[in-house]
Design a protein around this ligand. Structure first.
Ligand code: 5GP
Length: 327
């Protein structure tokens, strides 16, 4: 009955293996979970341990470590007596990550739970209502994923429902281009001023010209009641993870074969694969806790079909979002 009453849901932001945690009061019954799992919290009576079940499991009340472990995982704390080494090492890693993540952040909606290290984020089911503006779809991709191409293809198939945010650039307009269609063409002076005023979710240089996507460009797509799809550097998630945009984050990574030793292979190809693997691992480690969905790209056509399916479901199904976005 208590379980039925509980409306507290948490998304775990780290992996937890109770059998490796000497401090748990219920090692065998402890609840193993992975980053991204949704946990329904049954009791929070005990400050040291909560009881919860994983959504989708029929198993009942298991233990999980609380939001604030009794001993904070700081550099000079050696709390192996309380939590086992691996667990502490994990928390320390998350702690460092979230601090790194914060650097340079303007503080808006940056860290889930506003906690000093990654533990849990309180979530709720959310479904876009017909009068609400569509959620923002954010694609982040690791090396080799070619997400711009993916984005353009899916939008071109259905331009009435989906659109890109038109970026700003300082490069000259080409004859076939129109202001406000391919780009907003601005002077370097204007671009620099906009960048200084934090107008861009991200910006960068390419062949000595500046390019950037503004918050306004996203808002203007949403104002037309279209679903805005952006592909950005994952750092931009700090600015975008707000109640206003309710971003649904898709991490696109290319399928990288484990080993191609049996196929003819040049050393160059091998290096490429290695770099692709590293790039995916790095994004996963730093930003994995902010990702709603991983799309493993086999080929362009199947990735497009999968992305189209996700966008369609976003409009008609409910998804877990941070509670702070709907309160
Ligand atoms: P082009 O000048 O050929 O239209 O674009 C050249 C390159 O500019 C693109 O391939 C892309 O790398 C970069 N670019 C285009 N839009 C943006 C943007 O909004 N932000 C950033 N950082 N780069 C962009």
């Amino acid at each position: 009955d208590r379980l039925k009453d509980s409306k507290v849901y948490m998304r775990a932001l780290f992996d937890y293996v109770p059998l490796e945690d000497k401090a748990t009061p219920c090692q065998e019954a402890g609840l193993p979970f992975k980053r991204g799992d949704i946990l329904q919290v049954v009791t929070q009576d005990d400050h040291t341990w909560w009881q919860a079940k994983r959504v989708g499991d029929s198993l009942f009340t298991l233990c999980l470590p609380p939001v604030f472990p009794a001993c904070l995982p700081t550099e000079d704390c050696d709390c192996e007596g309380y939590f086992n080494g691996q667990y502490i090492a994990g928390l320390r890693r998350s702690f460092r990550l979230s601090r790194k993540d914060r650097q340079g952040s303007s503080g808006e909606g940056s860290d889930p739970g506003d906690s000093d290290y990654l533990t849990y984020e309180e979530v709720t089911r959310y479904q876009q209502r017909p009068n609400e503006r569509p959620r923002l779809v954010v694609l982040i991709g690791s090396l080799g994923a070619r997400i711009n191409e993916l984005k353009q293809r899916v939008i071109a198939e259905n331009p009435h429902r989906f659109a890109v945010a038109v970026p700003h650039t300082t490069r000259p307009k080409k004859p076939h281009e129109k202001e406000g269609v391919e780009y907003h063409f601005v002077t370097k002076q204007q671009f620099d001023a906009d960048a200084l005023n934090n107008k861009f979710i991200e910006h960068g240089e390419y062949k000595e010209n500046q390019y950037g996507t503004s918050i306004e460009a996203i808002r203007s797509v949403q104002a037309k009641n279209k679903m805005c799809v952006v592909d950005v550097q994952p750092e931009a998630l700090r600015r975008l993870r707000t109640a206003e945009f309710k971003p649904y984050v898709i991490f696109v990574k290319p399928r990288v074969p484990e080993s191609r030793r049996r196929q003819p292979l040049t050393p160059f190809e091998d290096e490429d694969l290695q770099e692709m693997r590293q790039s995916a691992a790095q994004i996963d480690q730093q930003y994995g806790h902010l990702v709603d969905r991983i799309l493993v790209k086999e080929d362009s056509a199947s990735a497009c079909a999968e992305l189209r399916g996700i966008l369609e479901r976003l409009e008609r199904e409910s998804f877990w979002v941070p509670l702070s976005w709907v309160r």
